[in-house]
Write a protein that binds this ligand. Sequence first.
Ligand code: ATP
Ligand code: ZN
Length: 210
Amino acid sequence: MLRIAIQKSGRLYEDSVQLLKECGIDLRNVKDRLRTEADNFPLEVFFLRDDDIPQYVEDGVADIGIVGENVLFEKNKQAEVVEKLGFGKCRLSVAVPRGQQYEGVTSLQGKRIATSYPFLVNTFLAKNNVQAEIHEISGSVEIAPGIGLADVVADLVSSGSTLFMNGLKEVETILQSQSVLIKNNQLSAAQQQLLDKLLFRIRAVKKAKR
Ligand code: ATP
Ligand code: ZN
């Protein structure tokens, strides 16, 4: 039996379940359950917060998982990317109040940056030799400048409309992200065989969509 961790609810949930379905895997009683078994494939599905998925896969509580690269790289866990899945596309960007002058990363020097991605933002700042103060907040990052909590934000963007509605403009891209399938580093031969079977189907589904 292979165990897969997917998001319980949120932006990745529908696409994750849909992908399994397109791979011919039927899930029973998906609603309101923490776990379920597939009818026609030796697969057990765990429904979790996306933030917890890299840890569960590193620990081997789940063998594989579907998560955004943004979360995977932020958590910096030992789990191998096996396939890019092509959904959940977004970018981690720096945005500043629209009226504010911006002349490149040096403009971030000494600023207070609100973000849910302190590790990725720190790495970006260090690479650019910029010192700034990171304020970690878990949600609604885009309102931080408006309420005086921070000068700028680093947040996930897809269309940019949330930034726009909050009077912000995107000025730097830290990371381009999409959902990926990850695996534990120490799968047994039997688990790897099941994963290969699943991967074969995932690739066929992707190919058919092209
Ligand atoms: P959870 O309760 O599982 O922690 P969440 O609130 O952290 O949920 P969602 O908002 O559902 O997460 O986003 C899940 C993932 O969807 C993100 O980590 C990212 O990979 C992807 N995503 C794609 N577009 C966006 C976007 N515009 N804003 C936020 N996340 C996006
Ligand atoms: Zn989350």
